[in-house]
Write a protein that binds this ligand. Structure first.
Ligand SMILES: [Zn+2]
Ligand SMILES: [Zn+2]
Length: 391
C-alpha cells in the first residue's frame, strides 16, 4: 500500500509556512473528526492520516527529513532506497495522538467528554527551609527544641472559606455555580473552567477580615525538633510532611532545618576534633606545671606541661572531642600552647629579669643562639673576598 504525500494529505504545498500548515490541518481535522462522522470508518482513517501528516510537518526536524527522504525517513528496514534506516525509523511518526489537543488547546474539553481535559489535580506542597543556629554545646549533647516556622495555614476566622463569618458566599453568575462554562468554536462546543470564579462556582462577596478573602493566613507554627548529638555546620534535618500544605488536598511538602553552629569562645571545631588555644605564662612555661583546660562537656582536664614548653606545642586529649553523627569513637581535643610574654612590669620585676638575664647563657635560649649563629654565618658568606659586602 503506497502512502500519500503528507503535503497532499493536508492539501498544502511544500513551501507553506507553519501557520499555513496549521490552518490547513485545523480545517481538515474538524471536517473528518470522528465526533462529526459517527460510525464512518473512512472518515476516521482520514482523520488519522491528517494527524500523522501534521505531526511530521509541524516538527521542523522531521519536516526537513521528510523533505529530503520522503516516507523513507520514517520507515523501518527494507524497501528503503536511502540505504538502511531513516533517521526517525521505528516510531518517529507514531506519536501524533495528542496533536489535536495541541492545536485546539488543551484547556478545552470536548463537549461529549470523549477526551478528558488535563486537570491540574492535587499538587504536593512546597518544601520549606528553616535556618537554625545552635551552640557547640547543643551540637555536642544533642537537643530537643521547638522552632517557630512561618507557613500558610487555613484561616481560623473563616475556616478557609474566605467570607466573613455570618455572610454567605455568592453563586457565580457567569457559570451559575457550575464552575465550568461552555463556548462554541467551529463545530465543537468547548468546556472550560469558569474564568470568573476560577471553577469554585461561588465567590466571596464580603471578605473575611483576617485573610482578606484568601482563606489562608501566614502563621507561625511551633514544631519540635530533635537535634542529634554530633551534628555539624550545614547538617540538614528533614521533617517529613511539615512543609507547605498541598493544593487541592495534595500531600504536604517537607520542612528542612538547616543547622549552623555559633562560634565558640574557647573551642574551635574541625570535624570530630576540638582545638583549644591555651595561654601559659612565661614562668609556668619555663618551670613546667600542670594546667586545667576546659572540656566541651563542661568539666576540666589536666594537661601537664614539661619544663621549657614552647609556643605551638600541642597536647592531644584522646576522646575529648565531638561525638560523630553516624556513631564511632569521639574525636580528640587538641590543646595548643602559647607562651605569654609578661607585660606591665614594675621596677622590681624588671630588676629581677635583668639579673636573670645576666645569669643566662646561650644554653637557656638555644633557639636564639642557633639563629644568631646562622645569621653571622650568612653575613660572612655574602661578604666578597675584598672584604666588601654585596649590595
Ligand atoms: Zn479568613
Ligand atoms: Zn463561575
Amino acid at each position: 500500500m503506497s502512502k500519500r504525500d503528507y503535503y497532499e494529505v493536508l492539501g498544502a504545498n511544500k513551501g507553506d509556512d507553519a501557520k499555513a500548515l496549521k490552518s490547513a490541518y485545523r480545517k481538515l481535522a474538524m471536517k473528518y473528526h470522528p465526533d462529526k462522522n459517527p460510525g464512518d470508518a473512512e472518515a476516521e482513517a482520514h482523520f488519522k492520516e491528517i494527524g500523522e501528516a501534521y505531526s511530521i510537518l509541524s516538527d521542523d526536524e522531521k519536516r526537513a527529513a521528510y523533505d529530503r527522504m520522503g516516507h523513507a525517513a520514517f520507515q523501518q528496514g527494507g524497501g528503503n532506497h536511502a540505504g538502511g534506516q531513516g533517521p526517525f525509523a521505528g516510531g518517529g511518526a507514531a506519536d501524533f495522538s495528542d496533536i489535536f489537543e495541541q492545536v485546539f488547546g488543551d484547556a478545552f474539553n470536548m463537549a461529549n467528554g470523549r477526551r478528558g481535559g488535563r486537570q491540574s489535580g492535587p499538587a504536593r506542597g512546597a518544601d520549606l527551609r528553616f535556618d537554625l543556629e545552635i551552640s557547640l554545646e547543643d551540637a555536642f549533647g544533642g537537643k530537643e527544641t521547638t522552632v517557630e516556622v512561618p507557613t500558610a495555614m487555613n484561616c481560623g476566622r473563616c475556616e478557609g472559606k474566605g467570607n466573613e463569618p455570618g455572610t454567605d458566599l455568592e453563586t457565580c453568575g457567569t457559570c451559575a455555580g457550575a464552575g465550568r462554562v461552555r463556548r462554541s468554536q467551529g463545530f465543537f462546543t468547548m468546556e472550560q473552567t469558569c474564568p470568573q470564579c476560577g471553577g469554585r462556582g461561588q465567590y466571596v462577596k464580603t471578605p473575611c477580615h483576617d485573610c482578606d478573602g484568601v482563606g489562608r493566613v501566614r502563621e507561625n507554627r511551633e514544631l519540635s525538633v530533635t537535634i542529634p548529638s554530633g551534628v555539624e555546620d550545614g547538617t540538614r534535618i528533614r521533617l517529613t510532611g511539615e512543609g507547605e500544605a498541598g493544593a487541592q488536598g495534595g500531600p504536604r511538602g517537607d520542612l528542612y532545618i538547616f543547622l549552623s553552629l555559633k562560634e565558640h569562645e574557647i573551642f574551635e571545631r574541625d570535624g570530630p576534633n576540638l582545638y583549644c588555644r591555651t595561654p601559659a605564662s612565661m614562668v609556668s612555661a619555663a618551670l613546667g606545671c600542670s594546667i586545667d583546660v576546659p572540656t566541651i562537656e563542661g568539666g576540666k582536664a589536666e594537661v601537664k606541661m614539661s619544663e621549657g614548653a614552647q609556643t605551638g606545642r600541642r597536647m592531644r586529649l584522646r576522646g575529648k572531642g565531638m561525638p560523630r553523627l553516624r556513631g564511632g569513637p569521639r574525636g580528640d581535643m587538641i590543646v595548643e600552647l602559647f607562651v605569654e610574654t609578661p607585660r606591665n612590669l614594675c621596677d622590681r620585676q624588671k630588676e629581677l629579669l635583668k639579673e636573670f638575664c645576666e645569669l643566662s647563657g646561650d644554653n637557656c635560649n638555644p633557639d636564639s643562639a642557633g639563629f644568631f649563629n646562622k645569621v653571622r654565618q650568612f653575613w660572612d658568606d655574602v661578604t666578597t673576598e675584598d672584604g666588601h659586602p654585596h649590595n
